[in-house]
Design a protein around this ligand. Sequence first.
Ligand code: AHR
Length: 657
Amino acid sequence: MKIKNKIFSVLLLSCVAFSSAQISKFTLDLDESSTNIKIQPTMYGIFFEDINFAADGGIYAELIKNRSFEFDELLTGWKQQNTQTLSHNLDSGFLTIYSDHSKTNKNYARITVHNDKKYVLENEGFRGIGLHKDAKYDFSFDLENVSGNISAVNVSLVDENGAVISTVPIIIKEKGWQKYKAVFSPTRTVEKAKLQITFTGNGVVNMDMISLFPQDTWKGRKGGLRKDLVQKLYDLQPGFLRFPGGCIVEGRTLAERYQWKKTLGNVADREYLINKWSSGFAHRLAPDYYQSFGLGFYEYFQLSEDLGAEPLPILSCGMACQFNTGELVDLEKLNPFVQDALDLIEFANGDINTKWGKIRAEMGHPKAFNMKYIGVGNEQWGEDYIKRYKIFEKAIHAKYPDIKIISGSGPSPDGDFFDYGWKELKKLNAQIVDEHYYNSAKWFQQNAARYDKYDRNGPKVFAGEYAVQSVKVVSPDNKNNWESALSEAAFMTGLERNADVVTMTSYAPLFAHADGWQWTPDLIWFNNLYSYATPNYYVQKLFSTNKGTDLLRIYHNKNSVSGQDKIYATAVKDSKNNEVIIKIVNTDSEKKSIEINPGNIKLGQKLMKIVLTAPALSDENNFKTENIQPAEDNSIIKNGKFSVEIPANSLVILKIK
Ligand code: AHR
């Protein structure tokens, strides 16, 4: 019995050895027979929405939450140390909120201090305040000395245990509102610090706009954006920046829609609004999630310019989020909404003598932003949308015939709403239709040929929001694992192969705060100090930075390559760098030997091979390590046909001069 087992084991082992030595072969034929299809510079872009604390608490580098007491719960984020620790002990002082309803930033705090005791007010930041050792932080607040004599005001940064990391005294001047400034330089790195303002003496002061910003922001701008996060966007070399969403454009009600005009001018005067995602999901409630609009439309345009990306603003079309109230503006009352769109184009592109061009110039950008695209509505569906879209389209094109309009086809990539939207939009000769897909890994792999049969004479497609959902859409358990990224890569070969139809694409959502997210998966995760790129990010980056300029054909047995033997492929030429770039995705758990026949294309001998893979499909990156990253390898190939090994479960980019 024992001997029999041994023989069986030997047989089994030799079978395993034999099968692992065997690599299945697959042939790809390149063909230049001029497709004349250009890869649009907008092919791979960015979808930005203030969800998951992406703006306030994220890329907008302000570290103080509710800095001017404008949240509906006026003291959200603030704690009075004496009254919280010892209830009804008003011994050292108290706080009252005053409101001036003639202003957009209406509230301020009045602090009354007595008995020469210490009164402490504390801000918790956005899930804490992230501080880097020795970095510099600009602190400021507006203070009015009302009466009495407050002998000392100390502003301190304290760690999770209350130990002081950095402190500065503020000398209070005479009466009247004044802006006081100080610079902090923390002696330690702390992820969840707090800001404490300590008042001593007897007297009354008013206080507003308490602000703390790192000095080391993107491009060193005062009150600017978080550098590590913008750098990650910059590294994607995005073709466009879509902003400000997403459902946030629509709002839960029309009153809560995104109104770009309210996001201009002095940041201190921008009116706060509750964030739609504060109550998006019962399992991830965030009642402290507001929009300060410190990152407003001017800053979005500026960011687009910094990134070298086309600005793509999306505006409300008079319909609140149909997943919420679906509140509608009557067609006869739509005019202000349409006017917002026309004014926005003037704001971005108008001469400095125009009303809105002048405002742009006054904010610091006399040169036009050269905006070419505008989105009408986010993810609307049904007859109500088509009726409103028609009105917008007519008005926009009457005044600005060159502006390209993005219209929507609803939240799903198929079904009645989708079919109806497309049918109507085709009839209306819509220019670019936005499609959204949040689906399983299997769906993405099976849909790599989705656009092969799309109408070549119809509207172009903007694959405006997509991401593999490892569990199901809006599940809090969705992961940014390697399987999801690999399946997106497989699908993206189909987007690129159909670059004559699909002209814009973007993964969604973009950012997530590790302690403050509502929606997962997301492209980039961050906490108060650091950020990491997901495998999905690296897939986006590899496609975007290797998008080339012209489409080439690549075939397997004369068919486009979209899943045969679990291989997906696309090829482009980069006429600027004189390169052929082939992208191959292998979703098989076995490596493949791929023979590439260059056909009529004369290739050089230097091959650069970039491989993105992971040991297991469930692997993820995290704050400690980005294990899943592209690895580069250079080799020499012979002229004519050559073979490359494509690892199991990998995305491989081949670049040949
Ligand atoms: O990306 C998250 C949300 O998904 C977007 O806000 C919305 O457009 C879609 O439903």
